[in-house]
Design a protein around this ligand. Structure first.
Ligand code: SF4
Ligand code: SF4
Length: 358
């Protein structure tokens, strides 16, 4: 085929972000000299050229309705040259080159009920997985957990009270897109799946369900003359991986699907390997609409961290320094046999670094 006849590629990924950037940021891309933090929720970046730009950060409810979006963008048009950005933690950022507009912008946001903060050593907005809204396997509504927990932590969002930044995450199942965080609230199933045998042959592709189990606990079986599946409950680690390919393997349960709190996770960066979070509280009731038990444990951990950690220590670094026994002493959380990871398969099958192994 001649070159002239070739069709252009279809670009279906993210659009180029430069077109949405504030012109001052575009002009000074890669040429920033330093930044300062004038007050909670505000950053001031100064470029080599002497130009400066202020970023004002506000928390949002993440699942945004069209009315809130219009309200937020109208504030951007009035006070911030029409440029906004959403962060991965559901904060909205406005960019302002005129310092005199910073305080009126903050006032406009606060008058509409938005909270300005989330910078420097604060507890920034919680990130969460999609929950009931978008996914077919959640064991709880992560966005609900986040909303109720951020309501409890609002003062920590607005102030610089923590030894360092705190990132909190929630995830609504145990296996897929859940996040790592300084503190993570994750679903914890505590019973093997209950199988609706009448449905399995209609709905499930049995070999793919068998292949899905990480501990080989699922076997094909005939039940009442119909092809179905059975689970070796001694092997089952209640991970929930069999539920997405086979909904009749119901694992969600109002009583036995619980929450667990993990501490000390961090992604790798230029200075260090990723750190894995460790379980500190398990079998917490999954108790909507305000999840008071889980919120109480998170607040307790934050209180101990605030009182005991040194400046600049992240939660995981603080626990590494004082040791896990002291962490359990300080927080008063019970240490049980369920905190001990005795699954030996992890040594061979889990990657502990980003290096590719063959
Ligand atoms: S954490 Fe699990 S249930 Fe929640 S959105 Fe991700 S895959 Fe779905
Ligand atoms: S819950 Fe997990 S471990 Fe248990 S049978 Fe299903 S896939 Fe296997």
């Amino acid at each position: 085929m001649a070159m002239a006849d070739m069709r252009p590629p279809i670009e279906s990924g993210c659009p180029d972000g430069f077109q949405y950037m504030h012109p001052t940021m575009r002009r000074n891309f890669g040429l920033w000299k330093y930044h300062t933090d004038p007050k909670p929720g505000v950053l001031r970046h100064v470029a080599e050229s002497g130009e400066e730009i202020f970023t004002v950060k506000a928390g949002t409810q993440r699942i945004l309705d069209i009315f809130s979006l219009r309200e937020l963008t109208a504030i951007g048009d009035e006070f911030a040259d029409g440029y906004i950005r959403f962060t991965i933690r559901s904060n909205i950022e406005y960019y302002v080159t005129d310092e005199a507009k910073v305080d009126p912008l903050i006032k406009a946001l606060e008058d509409k009920g938005y909270v300005v903060g989330g910078t420097k050593n604060s507890v920034t907005s919680l990130s969460h997985t999609q929950g009931w809204l978008h996914c077919d396997i959640p064991g709880t509504d992560a966005s609900g957990v986040v909303k109720s927990m951020m309501d409890e932590l609002i003062d920590e969002f607005k102030a610089w009270n923590m030894p360092n930044r705190v990132h909190i995450t929630t995830s609504c199942c145990q296996i897929n897109c859940g996040g790592q965080g300084d503190i993570a609230i994750n679903v914890q199933h505590t019973k093997p799946p209950k199988i609706d045998h009448a449905q399995v042959s209609n709905v499930c592709e049995r070999p793919s369900v068998v292949a899905r189990c990480p501990v080989a606990a699922i076997r094909p079986a005939m039940v009442d003359g119909k092809p179905s599946l059975e689970v070796d409950e001694k092997k089952c680690i209640c991970c929930g991986a069999c539920f997405p390919p086979c909904p009749p393997m119901m694992i969600n349960d109002a009583e036995h699907s619980k929450l667990a709190v993990w501490v000390g996770g961090n992604h790798s960066n230029a200075r260090g390997k990723p750190t894995f979070q460790k379980l500190v509280a398990s079998a917490i009731p999954n108790n909507p609409p305000r999840w008071p038990e889980a919120a109480g444990i998170v607040k307790l951990i934050l209180k101990c961290y605030k009182e005991d950690a040194r400046d600049w220590e992240r939660v995981g670094e603080w626990v590494e320094r004082i040791g896990w026994p002291r962490f359990f002493e300080l927080t008063g959380l019970p240490f049980t046999k369920y905190h001990i990871d005795n699954w030996r398969g992890a040594r061979a099958s889990l990657n502990a670094s980003t290096h590719i192994r063959f």
